[in-house]
Design a protein. Structure first.
Length: 122
């Protein structure tokens, strides 16, 4: 988990262009069964603070079912914006069932979502 957190912080504190932080709180299969123990309050706060400082949106991922409600509510309270994403490549593509359900559960409104800025045409 330490390696995972280090990677997250490398991405979030780096200088590569970034608008959306995808698959937040996702864990590799080898440690997923410890999800609730590994994603401590301190670690979630560290990710949220880095996302807030970087001013990027958080993806709610339909395939991975991440992040969970507690994290979304913490991020919402911090003023972070959200977006829906799906890596599904079958008949469920674009249904976004998890995204819509968790957004309703967390009372996300239109104002809670990231809207990309368009670049001016040349």
């Amino acid at each position: 988990m330490e390696r995972n957190m280090k990677w997250y912080m490398t991405i979030l504190n780096g200088n590569e262009p970034l608008d959306i932080f995808g698959w937040p709180l996702y864990l590799p299969l080898s440690i997923q069964r410890e999800y609730n123990n590994l994603w401590t309050q301190e670690r979630m706060e560290q990710v949220i603070e880095a996302v807030r400082k970087r001013n990027v949106a958080l993806e709610i991922n339909d395939l991975a079912h991440t992040p969970h409600a507690e994290f979304i509510l913490m991020a919402k309270k911090a003023g972070i914006k959200f977006t829906f994403g799906s890596d599904t490549r079958d008949e469920r593509s674009f249904r976004l069932d998890y995204c819509k359900a968790i957004a309703n559960l967390c009372n996300l409104t239109e104002d809670d979502f990231f809207i990309p800025k368009r670049k001016p045409r040349k």
